[in-house]
Design a protein around this ligand. Structure first.
Ligand SMILES: [Zn+2]
Length: 365
């Protein structure tokens, strides 16, 4: 029995054996191995090699993942609905010719999938994991798997951020229950909306910083988009595609792209989230490559644009221009600054609770 199998019962959840989902099992097993190695790498980098996180899948049919801390240790549980829903989402969107039109490979007579309501995109297992009908051709099929992997790694690294940056410990200290849960259908932790949104932003930045410098092999198969490469430089296609995968996943998690009802929401609006994800990502890249941050900064435009178009294809709703504009609007920037100020206020509480390394470098943005 793994540590995870032993610990998960304590959380009122049930272990899911990755071998138990037929054709989906290879993806579940491969992702779990990747998560474990990402976690071990982080522990080694931060000179805390003995620090372990128990990681595994749960049976939960909600679109949920959580990070938890008890006396027994740290744990990350991801509902098996998450990888299945994300995989179906990327397979579905890549059947639209207008999504990333620089890619070729769709058969001439490919029929576009019918629109789904946003909940249908997230809770695939509610209806049984149906396969998307359609022929992607080898390139788009491979890209669907690649984007699924990126989005899944992002979900995992975000959860790891909740642990490493002391969020679960802060919850334990404050409320006696060391948990941060995503997309729980009736989540009612006593934490205030602003604190909750701040720790979500902090976890996003943790994930983005790690993913920006992650080495991913075999990217030569991905054709370059000449327009992006001309405007943003060599290999920008690769960076933009990975960020679109993250944006589209975040877009599906969030109920509204605008600033309505912020006093009762758990996440900042998606464009504000992506603004900090991409900002952290590009800051790490520019440090790495000794290039000006501004040379990368403008890449956020095609990322949000393609992500919003993808969401529109999937749901049949018109593109929400307000969502994309929010990242640049005065009120969007003001809202981001409010989160940053709150983060600075929380930081002294989080600092002694973190697992190792330094807190996400939000202050440098
Ligand atoms: Zn979170």
């Amino acid at each position: 029995m793994s540590d995870f199998e032993e610990m998960i019962g304590e959380w009122g959840d049930r272990y899911f054996d990755p071998k138990g989902l037929g054709g989906w099992s290879p993806m579940l097993e491969a992702a779990l191995e990747r998560f474990k190695s990402l976690s071990a790498k982080r522990s080694a980098q931060c000179a805390a090699p003995e620090h372990k996180v128990a990681i595994g899948w749960t049976e939960d049919k909600d679109f949920n993942a959580f990070a938890g801390t008890t006396e027994a240790g740290d744990l990350i549980a991801i509902a098996v609905n998450v990888p299945v829903s994300l995989s179906l989402l990327f397979r579905r969107v890549l059947l639209f010719k207008e999504f990333l039109p620089f890619l070729e490979g769709l058969p001439y007579d490919q029929v576009e999938p019918a629109p789904l309501p946003p909940e249908g995109l997230l809770f695939s297992l509610d209806h049984g994991p149906s396969h998307v009908a359609g022929d992607h051709g080898p390139l788009r099929g491979r890209l669907a798997n690649f984007m699924t992997q990126i989005a899944l790694d992002y979900v995992f690294m975000h959860e790891l951020g909740h642990i490493w940056n002391g969020h679960t410990s802060l919850m334990k200290e404050r409320y006696g229950l060391g948990i941060v849960e995503e997309i729980e259908r009736d989540n009612n932790l006593p934490v205030s909306a602003i604190d909750r949104q701040t720790i979500e932003m902090d976890a996003d930045c943790f994930a983005a910083r790690h993913m920006s410098t992650a080495e991913l092999l075999e990217r030569e198969w991905l054709p370059a988009n000449p327009a992006w490469e001309a405007e943003f430089g060599e290999n920008s296609t690769y960076t933009i595609i990975r960020n679109i995968a993250i944006y589209l996943a975040l877009r599906c998690f969030n109920e509204a792209a605008s600033l309505v009802d912020m006093g009762s929401r758990f996440y900042p609006p998606v464009a504000v989230r992506q603004f900090y994800v991409a900002g952290t990502w590009f800051a790490a890249m520019s440090k790495d490559k000794e290039k000006e941050f501004s040379e990368f900064g403008r890449m956020i435009v095609p990322i949000i644009q393609a992500g919003e178009e993808a969401f529109s294809f999937l749901t049949g709703k018109p593109v929400d221009a307000a969502g994309a504009k929010l990242a640049y609007s005065r009120e969007g920037i003001d809202y981001g600054n409010t989160l940053l100020r709150n983060w600075a206020r929380l930081r002294p509480q989080l600092d002694p609770l973190k697992r190792g390394g330094t807190l996400a470098p939000i202050q440098s943005l």
